[in-house]
Structures are given as structure tokens and as C-alpha cells.
Design a protein around this ligand. Sequence first.
Ligand code: PLP
Length: 428
Amino acid sequence: MKEPHKSGQLFKEAQRYLPGGVDSPVRAFKAVGGTPRFIVKGKGSRIYDADGNGYVDYVGSWGPLILGHARREITSSLKQAVMRGTSFGAATELETRLARIICAAMPSLQMLRFVSSGTEATMTAIRLARAFTGRDRIVKFAGCYHGHSDGLLVSAGSGMATLGIPDSPGILRQVAQNTLVAPYNDVESVQHIFDKYPAQIAAVIIEPVAANMGVVHPARGFLSNLRKLTKKYGVLLIFDEVITGFRVSYGGAQQLYGINPDLTCLGKIIGGGLPVGAYGGRREIMQMVAPCGKVYQAGTLSGNPLAMTAGIETLNILSNPQIYRQLEERTAALQDGIAEEACKARLPLNISRAASLLTVFFTEAEVTDYESACKSDSALFARFFRGLLNNGVYWPPSQFEAAFVSLAHSPQDIQSTIRAMGRAFKSL
Ligand SMILES: *Cc1c(COP(=O)(O)O)cnc(C)c1O
């Protein structure tokens, strides 16, 4: 492994023009220390930095790259699409095609609207829920991240947890006050909120499998009880499946747990590595969106033909169920291998996995919510991260993130990662 001289120089220069040298905070390695690597290319399971080092990549652009980097089917259809023009600001058939594929995979979506990021999707789903119910307040769960719009940047997990900012300055108190926060996996708290604010709650938004405080499973019955409770009180249930959609299964967490949310937010995988988001749900709700209805939401690059093309290709490949079996096997092998190495090194760890999402929590305690996730030893995680990086593994640079395994991770990649884990554990 070469010293990251070039990355260091590029980072220094970047800091002159970009706050912190990056366009999204966690890329700056603040939580783990060291020089953030500047990436020049990716292929399959690997990324390569400016100093010529290759790494087995477990960030996968934070979720979209479930097929790995620069997969041939995607790049070749993108090449053809680029030649036809990159944006029209007018309707294309590609949008209907991708929408049809998504609605077939997730029957709770009768209609959807494409936007350009997950943040836009969740922000608009909340607006729509307020318009539909005529109510103001929303409920979210501590440690769940739903993008960075004002009303949702409250107890929002990873980035915030890592930076130690409980809340961001610049957000009006009056806005944040309308967001009520419950502990994850605690349906009684939600009941209390409903009782305390009768007929004032428009929606409950949740990551049905939490992945932005590290991977945290919904406890048995939690999601179905939440569904029953919201229905009883006339509150819309919004599943934020920006990570879990087409990840924990082809039909997302809603398929896995058999729950029909009123609205669903998507992003990441459905854009195949290009900027995208979408929100959708029941027809009567979606028909309130302009120009069909009065809830306004627009976007210059919404439904962009390149993003639609990459999304269609990606979901076509993912429609083969064999793929999810393979992802499950590979990630389970990784989980078992890490557990074995941790045991050898006598390190008490808690490895949490949902399909091809995985977090190594540096705590013995069971992690069921944000509070228990925060018991992890972040300083120890930081050393573990640097150990992995030095051994050619690019792990997410924060204790409170999920690692993403892709279809491009071969059994050999998994084995070499497990060996790197062993070395990293020993150096702690
Ligand atoms: C990434 C993410 C978002 C935000 O998506 P962006 O495209 O980064 O704006 C929202 N919700 C969840 C669950 C996410 O993981």
C-alpha cells in the first residue's frame, strides 16, 4: 500500500474551494482520522485512489452500486443514452418504463414521481402527507436519517452522530418543533405521541430496516404494530426505503415484512449510480401532486434520461431472484468470517446484518435503537477502520453506517476481506 501523498495534496487543494474539501461530510474521514482517499476509478468490487492503491470497496457509493462499479450493461447503455442527449426537460418514455418496473416490484406504489435525490423524495412525501391529512406534525425515530431537509434533520443518525451535532444550526425551531421523535422499535412511544397530540399527526416516517445508525433490525411485530396504530389514528405511514428498496429484497422491506405503507421513498439503487429519488404510494394520495392536484413539486432534472436508463438496466438485472440469494450467501460468509476473527482476537463485537447490509458494532450489548448503538466504542472503530484501509479494504468511515456488499464481491474478495479483518483486529 503506497502512502496517500497524492490524495493528501488533492485534499489540501480541495479545501480551498469546497467546505472541508468534500461535497458530503462523511467523505472527509472526520470520524476516523487519516487522509481521505481521492478516487480515480472503480471496477467491480474495487476502487482505486490517486496514488494507485486498489481497495475492496464496501461503501458502494453509499448504497446505489449493488451490482458493483462500472458494470458493463450499465455503462454500455449509458454510452448509448448519452449520445441521444443528456436532458430534455420534457417527458420521455424512459420515466414510464422505470415507474412501471418499480410499481410492479412494490405493489403499494400505484403511482410515483421521480426526483433527483432521496432528500427531495422524503421532503415531498412529508408535504404530501400534510396536505392529504390536513395535519401539521410528523413522527420520526431517533437515529433514522431521511435526508437533510429542515423538518427531518432532527435526531438523524450517522452524519450527525459522527459529527456530534444533535441538530443543525439554521433550522427554525418552529419547524423542528413539528417533528416528534420516538425511540426505534418502541411502538408505545408512538402511541403516547398520538395520545398527546390528538388528530395532529400527519405521518410517521421510518427506515423499515434502519441503516443510518448502523444496521438495526425492526423487532418482531414492530412494523405491523406501527401499521395498525397509524391506520387507527388516520396517520400516514411513510416507509423511507431509499437504502432498503431493492436491497433487502427486490420488493424492499415492505415485501420482506409484508407491510403496505401509504407512501414510500426511494433513491440510491433505482438510479443505478446516477442521481435519483422517487416517492410514491396510493393513487388517491399521489393524485394530489401537481399538475394532477395542488401539492406543488418540480425538478429541472427530474426523471433525467441517464438516471432512468441506469435505473432500468439495474432493476432488470436485479429481477432475477438468484441474485438476492447470492448476495445473502456472500454477506453471511463475511459476517461469519468477521465473527471468527473477532473471537480469535478476543474482541467483543456485535455484527448486525440485514441481507447485504452489515455493521460491525464495537459493543457487546444488543443494538436495538439509537441509544444502544451509541454505546459502541467509536475510537476503537476508528483504529479498526484505518487498519482495514491499510490492508486494502475501504470500509464506511463511521461506526454508524452500513457496509454494502455488491454482486461484484467474489468469494475471493470476501476471503481477503476476512483476512484483512483479522490483521486489523490484531493491531487494535
Ligand atoms: C441516503 C438516504 C436518504 C437521502 O438520500 P440523498 O440522495 O442522499 O438525498 C434518505 N433516506 C435514507 C434512508 C437514506 O439512506
